[in-house]
Design a protein around this ligand. Structure first.
Ligand code: GLN
Length: 482
């Protein structure tokens, strides 16, 4: 872990550091940690050039709100003239002709994109093992997964290879890897950050997410990225509040809901204890705790995996060897070309999801699976609406366990899917949620605590998250695992 950006910014302004020397040292760290396999592409020359440009701007005045922030970007965000693989062989040689909104905003605000991070192919997975470029290792224990699908982004922040990182969260791909690597991970409300140039997996669920080493940096980055973008029709017109303001208030006056269903079977006792320890602290400090119920929690996984596979089967139809990416054309036969390209280009998890999704959308099964899942989705949304009548923020675990071993679940898709139990429901309801480090288990592996809020009330998550972070710093002398 490096110094958080907000502290580095002060060093920059006080003339104690420069962007160029900082980028040089990050590049050295990236080389020293190559075995983590966190990056697919490192943008060495581009980052150095940008660093020099920002150093000049800082000297002259007029540098942006993210000046000098070294950011790693998940390799599913388009970046002009840079390879964007999505962790897939099918896009191995694809160079985007345009910048995604996120990359555009980062560069407008003078952040420095240091590289594109490794990930589960098309965002499908919970361990970053489904990448055509090899698995990502967890910097806390290289025999374990960093979670997924944004595992490269999480590992980059946890290992100090970037100050912050961008990921995408469809069903937990920012929060779960944040939990498993001991960093902060935010999934904002659906529509809060433009997805223009984010390669689609499941369009009714995909969001841009943020990784950082602390809550303050998360707020800074959210401030810079949130807001309406006419190029993304799903981006919200609601004004963007001042997120830094949220970091100044305490948990007093906030009511926390403790979902009864989150503390049952499958939850590691050590994770449960860590969450309860934080709950006790909140109670002692004047925050109100109320037990609530989310009765449909058990249906979250089935609903999510029906909807996301249906949407994926439709979104991934565009990879046909004609428009972009890989083309395998043995005999000049159109049908064979499409078949061979998809056969060679996609990995097995992606194929599994395309088949599942095509099946649940097919005539005769549509009503039984897809339509039913849509109805249950509405009920899940109502569950949350009812809960938020009684509280402001829900508190629970991010992941049922700490980081699992590489290979442990890769042969068993059901076991892998079940690890998403706590992260898939907020996306189904379009709600924001954040994972905050909440201590270590007996093996020294990070535990993540998840806070879920009402739509467009990221302030409450940042406020509560910041408070928890400060209390933990006071308690332990350090908020992050060593
Ligand atoms: N693990 C979940 C899945 O495999 C979530 C992925 C994501 O959020 N991109 O679908």
């Amino acid at each position: 872990m490096t110094v958080p950006y907000h502290r580095f910014r002060k060093q920059l302004e006080d003339g104690e550091s420069t962007c160029e020397t900082t980028v040089v040292s990050f590049l050295a760290q990236i080389r020293a940690h190559e075995s983590l396999n966190a990056f697919v592409t490192v943008l060495e020359d581009r980052a150095l050039e940008k660093a020099r440009e920002i150093d000049r701007k800082l000297a002259q005045g007029g540098a942006g709100s993210l000046a000098g922030m070294v950011v790693a970007v998940k390799d599913l965000f388009a970046m002009k003239h840079v390879r964007t693989t999505c962790g897939s062989r099918i896009l191995e040689r694809y160079h985007s002709p345009y910048d995604s909104a996120v990359v555009g905003r980062l560069e407008e605000e003078d952040a420095i994109v240091i590289g594109k991070t490794n990930m589960d192919e098309f965002g499908m997975g919970s361990s970053s093992e489904n990448s055509a470029y090899g698995p990502v290792l967890n910097p806390r224990d290289p025999g374990r997964t960093p979670g997924g699908s944004s595992g490269g982004s999480a590992a980059a922040v946890a290992a100090g290879l970037a100050m912050t990182a961008i990921g995408s969260d469809t069903g937990g791909s920012v929060r779960q890897p944040a939990a498993l690597t001991g960093v902060v991970g935010l999934r904002p409300t659906y529509g809060r950050i433009s997805r223009y140039g984010l390669i689609a997996f499941a369009s009714s669920l995909d969001t841009v997410g943020i990784f950082s080493s602390d809550v303050t940096d998360c707020a800074i980055l959210l401030q810079a990225l949130a807001g309406r973008d006419p190029r993304d029709a799903t981006s919200s017109l609601l004004p963007v509040p001042d997120y830094a303001e949220a970091l100044r208030s305490s948990v007093r006056g906030l009511t926390f809901g403790l979902p009864r269903e989150y503390y049952g079977e499958g939850l590691s006792p050590e994770v449960g204890e860590a969450i309860h320890a934080v709950v006790s602290l909140i109670r002692e400090s004047g925050g109100e705790i109320r037990e609530i119920s989310l009765p449909l929690t058990d249906y979250g996984i089935a609903t999510y995996y029906l909807i996301c596979t249906a949407e994926a089967s439709s979104n991934l139809a565009r990879y046909d060897g004609v428009k972009f990416g890989l083309r395998i054309d043995p005999e000049g036969d159109l049908r064979r070309m499409i078949e061979e390209t998809r056969h060679e280009g996609f990995g097995s998890e992606v194929k599994r999801r395309i088949m599942l999704g095509t099946y649940v959308l097919s005539a005769g099964y549509y009503d039984a699976y897809y339509l039913k899942a849509q109805r249950v989705r509405t009920l899940i949304r109502r569950d949350f609406e009812n809960a938020f009548r009684e509280c402001d923020v829900l508190i629970g675990p991010t992941s049922p366990t700490t980081a699992f071993r590489l290979g442990e679940k890769s042969e068993d898709p059901m076991a892998m899917y079940l690890s998403d139990i706590y992260t898939v429901t907020a996306p189904l309801a379009g709600l924001p949620a954040i994972s905050i480090p909440a201590g270590l288990d007996s093996r020294g592996l990070p535990i993540g605590l998840q806070l879920t809020g009402r739509a467009f009330q990221e302030e409450n998550l940042l406020r509560a998250g910041y408070w928890i972070e400060q209390v933990r710093i006071r308690q332990t002398g350090c908020c992050q695992p060593a």
